[in-house]
Design a protein around this ligand. Structure first.
Ligand SMILES: CC(C)(COP(=O)(O)OP(=O)(O)OC[C@H]1O[C@@H](n2cnc3c(N)ncnc32)[C@H](O)[C@@H]1OP(=O)(O)O)[C@@H](O)C(=O)NCCC(=O)NCCS
Length: 346
C-alpha cells in the first residue's frame, strides 16, 4: 500500500481593499458616538479596510488566490478543489466559491477545469475548518492542490451608526488564501482539532431571515420585504463571547499540544484569530508566550473573521517571521460557537 502523502501549505496570499477607515473616521464620517480611545483600549483596533460599493467577497478573494497560486509555483489549472470560508458570501446562494472559480478564469478556454467549489460557513473558525477539510482531501489522495480562501466583506453589512457601534467598530474587510498541497516530505499539517457548542448559536448571529416563517422575510402590503434592525444586523453578547473565546482557545491549543507530544515552548509561531487584541494578550500572558512568537494584524485590519489567519500567514511569510522548518500553531474561535486549532510544520 502506498503511504499517505502529507499536506503542507505551499503558498500564501492576501489582499485588503485600499480604503482605510480609522477609529476617528467612524466618529467623523459615519457619525458614530465613539472614540478612538474606547476602541483601542477595549480591542486594540486602530483602523480597518472597507471595500468600495460594488466590490464583493469573491472580488477580494481572487487577488489573494492569485497571489497564493503564484507563491506556490503552480498554475491555476493545477488546482483540484476550491474551499471558500466566509460569513459574508455575495448572496444567500450560491456560495462564493463558484464566483471565485469563475473570476479565476477556471471555467474558460481549452484548459477549463471544473473543480469542486465548497463553501464553509463557520465564521471566525472557517479557515481552520477549511484547513481540516483541505488536509483530509490531500491526505486521502483525492486532491494534490487545494485552494483554501478565507474572505469577508463585512463593511457592507455593518450597522455603522451609534446603535450598532459595539459590533460595527470591530470588523473589517480582507481576503487571505493558501494552497494546501501533497508532499512526501516530512512536513505540513500535523494535526487539526475542531469543535462546536451549539448551545450558544444565538449569542453571536446575524438572522436576516427566519426560514421557519412564511414568508421568511415579512412583507408589507405591496410585497416588499421588511427587515427589522435586530434581524438585519449582527447581534452579539460581547462579554460572553470574550470569556468563551479565552477558554476554548486555551483548551483546544492544549489538546493539540498533547496530541503532538509537545509543549507551548516547542511552538515557534502562534497565529491566533484576531477578534480582540485583549483576548490574545490574555492567552499569551497565561501561556507565557514571548512577544516575538506572536503575530497580529487586528490593529490595522480589525476582525476580518475567516481572513485573519491566512492574512497573518501571508504577511508573516512576506516579512520573514514565518520560515521553513518552523512549528506553527493556529487557533481560532467564533460564532456558533465554533473553534479550532492546527499544528503545522512549515
Ligand atoms: C465587544 C467588546 C469590545 C465590548 O466590550 P465590553 O467591555 O464588553 O463593553 P459592553 O458591550 O459591555 O459595553 C460597555 C459600554 O460601552 C459602549 N460601547 C460599545 N461599543 C462602543 C464603541 N465602539 N464606542 C464607545 N462605546 C461603546 C456600550 O454601549 C456600553 O455602554 P452603556 O454601558 O452605556 O450601555 C467586548 O465584549 C469583546 O471584545 N467581546 C468579544 C467580541 C468578539 O470577540 N467577537 C468576535 C468573536 S469571533
Amino acid at each position: 500500500m502506498l503511504a499517505m502523502p502529507n499536506a503542507y501549505i505551499s503558498g500564501t496570499g492576501m489582499y485588503v481593499p485600499p480604503r482605510r477607515v480609522t477609529n476617528d473616521d467612524l466618529a467623523k464620517d459615519f457619525g458614530i458616538d465613539t472614540t478612538s480611545e474606547w476602541i483601542v483600549q477595549r480591542t486594540g483596533i486602530e483602523e480597518r479596510r472597507y471595500a468600495d460599493d460594488g466590490v464583493g467577497t469573491s472580488d477580494l478573494a481572487v487577488h489573494a488566490a492569485r497571489d497564493a497560486i503564484e507563491k506556490a509555483g503552480i498554475k491555476k489549472t493545477d488546482l483540484d478543489m476550491i474551499i471558500f470560508a466566509t460569513l459574508s458570501p455575495e448572496h444567500c446562494f450560491p456560495g462564493s466559491g463558484v464566483y471565485l472559480q469563475q473570476k479565476l478564469g477556471l471555467c474558460e478556454g481549452n484548459d477549463a477545469k471544473f473543480v469542486p467549489a465548497l463553501d464553509i460557513r463557520n465564521q471566525c473558525s472557517g479557515f481552520l475548518y477549511g484547513l481540516g477539510t483541505a488536509t483530509s482531501m490531500v491526505k486521502s489522495g483525492a486532491c494534490k492542490h487545494v485552494l483554501l480562501v478565507g474572505a469577508e466583506v463585512h463593511s457592507h453589512a455593518l450597522d455603522l451608526s451609534s446603535r450598532g457601534r459595539t459590533v460595527g467598530s470591530l470588523f473589517g474587510d480582507a481576503a487571505g488564501a493558501v494552497i494546501v498541497s501533497a508532499t512526501d516530505e516530512d512536513r505540513g499539517v500535523r494535526s487539526w482539532h475542531l469543535g462546536a457548542d451549539g448551545r450558544y448559536a444565538d449569542v453571536l448571529a446575524q438572522r436576516i431571515w427566519d426560514i421557519r416563517r412564511f414568508p421568511f422575510i415579512p412583507q408589507d402590503d405591496k410585497g416588499v420585504g421588511q427587515i427589522q434592525p435586530e434581524m438585519m444586523w449582527a447581534q452579539m453578547e460581547g462579554k460572553l463571547v470574550f470569556r468563551n473565546a479565552i477558554e476554548r482557545m486555551m483548551t483546544v491549543l492544549m489538546e493539540a499540544c498533547v496530541k503532538n507530544g509537545i509543549t507551548g515552548q516547542d511552538i515557534d509561531l502562534f497565529v491566533f484569530h484576531q477578534a480582540n487584541l485583549r483576548i490574545n494578550q490574555y492567552l499569551q500572558q497565561h501561556l507565557g508566550i514571548p512577544d516575538e512568537k506572536v503575530v497580529h494584524n487586528i490593529q490595522r485590519f480589525g476582525n476580518t473573521t475567516a481572513a485573519t489567519i491566512p492574512t497573518l500567514l501571508a504577511e508573516s511569510e512576506a516579512n520573514g517571521k514565518l520560515k521553513r522548518g518552523m512549528k506553527v500553531a493556529m487557533v481560532a474561535f467564533g460564532s456558533g460557537f465554533t473553534w479550532g486549532c492546527a499544528i503545522v510544520d512549515w
